[in-house]
Design a protein around this ligand. Structure first.
Ligand SMILES: CC(C)(COP(=O)(O)OP(=O)(O)OC[C@H]1O[C@@H](n2cnc3c(N)ncnc32)[C@H](O)[C@@H]1OP(=O)(O)O)[C@@H](O)C(=O)NCCC(=O)NCCS
Length: 199
């Protein structure tokens, strides 16, 4: 996996060398209200990262990127993409940004970039995202990025040790490719206006 640069961020693939950086981030406050962040020991987490595939080519596995602001050394969150063994061509995305860095659009920017990788590089046909109904910022993010058709899955996740209902959003490759009003579109002159243009 290679790094991805967006307008304001550097997405840095999590490797065995940087696993400890992600593990430390995962211990931060205000990350577990609406999701289950695993509580592995440092060594267990490093071992799991070392066993992950290193190429994002559509094969099953878990892929993660640290979100860094600019070229900054200090990571501010992470995005994960889990490609399933069973549902061929489907991935599930997850994302977290440390509390002091929320409300700046960083999560949307990072998730948008990983979704592009999922469709363009890994060739997935659908990306899903699970979100607790009460997680308003996450729901807004998903809608902003074009995720749709949330289905309620009863007891679909365990959060803070309890089964909880989750909304499962999905984004298909076709709808991701379709032009959306909130995305900048290439300038194409209106045919009538172009014809009326003075020479
Ligand atoms: C879910 C989570 C990542 C969302 O973070 P966030 O900062 O609200 O999301 P974004 O980075 O997309 O920022 C969007 C907000 O920044 C604002 N913003 C400010 N400057 C912006 C800019 N330059 N560009 C885009 N948005 C900007 C947007 O208006 C938007 O605000 P709104 O949601 O009030 O409308 C965050 O709440 C989190 O990490 N929670 C804990 C972990 C978690 O729940 N993860 C998801 C599990 S499903």
């Amino acid at each position: 996996m290679t790094s991805v640069r967006t307008k304001r961020l550097l997405l840095d693939p999590v490797t065995p060398r940087s696993a400890i950086v992600l593990w430390r981030l995962m211990q931060s406050a205000h990350l577990r209200e609406y999701q289950d962040v695993p509580r592995y020991t440092r060594d267990e987490f490093a071992r799991r990262v070392a066993s992950r595939p290193t190429r994002l080519d559509g094969g099953a596995g878990r892929f993660e990127w640290l979100i860094r602001e600019g070229d900054g050394e200090t990571p501010i969150g992470w995005v994960s993409l889990r490609v399933g063994d069973h549902a061929h061509g489907v991935g599930e995305i997850g994302y977290s940004v440390l509390a002091p860095h929320r409300g700046c659009g960083y999560a949307s920017e990072a998730v948008r970039a990983v979704v592009a990788l999922a469709f363009e590089r890994a060739g997935l046909r659908r990306v899903d995202a699970c979100c607790l109904p009460a997680n308003e910022p996450s729901r807004r993010l998903l809608v902003r990025l074009g995720f749709a058709a949330p289905k309620l899955q009863r007891a679909g996740a365990i959060v803070r040790g309890r089964p909880v209902d989750v909304l499962v959003f999905e984004l298909t490759r076709e709808s991701w490719r379709a032009p959306r009003r909130d995305r900048p579109q290439p300038e194409t002159p209106h045919p009538l206006r172009a014809a009326a243009k003075p020479r």
